[in-house]
Design a binder for this molecule. Structure first.
Ligand SMILES: Cc1cc2nc3c(=O)[nH]c(=O)nc-3n(C[C@H](O)[C@H](O)[C@H](O)COP(=O)(O)OP(=O)(O)OC[C@H]3O[C@@H](n4cnc5c(N)ncnc54)[C@H](O)[C@@H]3O)c2cc1C
Length: 305
């Protein structure tokens, strides 16, 4: 039996309701209120309705800014049904198969199908049987999570965090719904094989070059990006450089401290070898993984500190 949840109510007349925001939530709310006999005014600060399911008019192009997958069309139907309308009378939904194609940096791609068997076959063809089995398990786990969440969490009024408390919360936790995806992430060696081989060669001492493509375009400032690029291309295994020397190499001789910050925020340690940068005053200095690890990496590369 489900726990009965009390919903917060308001005092005073409710015959005329103002809905703030004409996103999908506001529009659905307005339709349900209209269906319940209220007068409704929807206010929207944007130039047209839709919110994140919106449209951008840009240089003569119309760009869809929001959802690519209509996961629950029945909810739209439900909202329109509240005012005696049907979704099919207003919108032609065309089911796409595949729903979309995901393309990876190495040029490979995977077609995303809604049908579980078709998707499993695609994962098997692109990533192998172990990943296909992993996909099946992931799908079963997500289905169990969905069944637990749909009434109590997704389809429910939550007026405060306390509204979350209940037996389904425990069920969700037991299913691992709050944990990291961890082992449930589909195990695929396909995209990571080259990286794994380069790291194995590095740690086994066969090849210290760590020759992998690195994309630093998301590094926050030009200064930090230049620091990391110079470090990667100019300080090789067996070498060390001081923060000050690296600052000189990038043409900012007084910026040793900023070079330290660039190293401290290096998004790909080891591959961009910030462990090879040490203080001019001696010692190995600090390192995200701890100074002991920095010392180990330098010793592994045969650097004299
Ligand atoms: C790139 C992208 C892809 C997505 N893909 C999917 C998908 O594939 N499947 C899926 O199910 N979902 C997807 N989503 C999520 C989905 O678009 C949103 O969950 C949904 O549109 C949110 O609707 P909403 O009404 O809750 O909020 P919003 O769409 O954010 O609407 C809020 C509205 O309120 C207005 N507003 C806010 N404050 C005020 C104010 N003070 N006065 C007046 N107006 C105000 C805003 O302008 C806005 O129009 C995607 C979202 C994005 C951005």
């Amino acid at each position: 039996m489900r726990a009965v949840r009390t919903v917060r109510t308001v005092q005073g007349p409710t015959d005329h309701v103002v809905v703030v925001g004409a996103g999908l939530a506001g529009l659905c709310t307005a339709l349900h209120l209209l269906g319940a006999g209220r007068r409704v005014t929807v206010v929207e600060r944007g130039s047209h309705p839709g919110g994140r399911a919106g449209r951008l008019d840009l240089a003569g192009y119309t760009v869809d800014t929001g959802p690519t997958v209509l996961t629950m069309p029945e909810l739209l139907d439900e909202a329109l049904a509240a005012v005696g309308e049907k979704l099919a009378d207003r919108l032609e939904l065309v089911r796409l198969d595949p729903a979309y194609r995901t393309t990876f940096a190495d040029g490979s791609s995977i077609a995303v199908h809604t049908d579980p068997d078709a998707m499993e076959a695609e994962v098997r063809a692109v990533c192998g049987p172990a990943s296909a089995q992993g996909y099946r398990e992931l799908r079963e786990w997500l289905t169990a999570l969905y069944r637990t969440e749909i009434d109590t969490f997704i389809g429910s009024n939550l007026d405060s965090p306390l509204s979350l408390l209940g037996p389904d919360l425990a069920r969700l936790a037991a299913l691992g719904g709050f944990g990291r995806l961890g082992p449930r992430i589909v195990a695929s060696d396909h995209e990571l094989a080259a990286t794994r081989d380069v790291f194995s060669a590095y740690f086994e001492g066969d090849d210290h070059t760590l020759n992998l493509p690195v994309d630093l375009s998301l590094v926050r400032s030009d200064f930090r990006r230049t620091t990391l690029q110079t470090l990667r291309s100019g300080v090789h295994a067996g070498d060390i450089v001081t923060y000050g020397t690296l600052a000189q190499r990038i043409g900012h001789p007084k910026a040793a401290r900023a070079v330290g910050s660039a190293c401290a925020t290096n998004p790909v340690p080891i591959i961009v070898p910030c462990h090879r940068v040490v203080p001019g005053s001696g010692g190995v200095g600090s390192y995200g993984g701890g100074p002991a690890r920095k010392r180990q990496l330098l010793a592994h590369e045969g650097a004299r500190t």
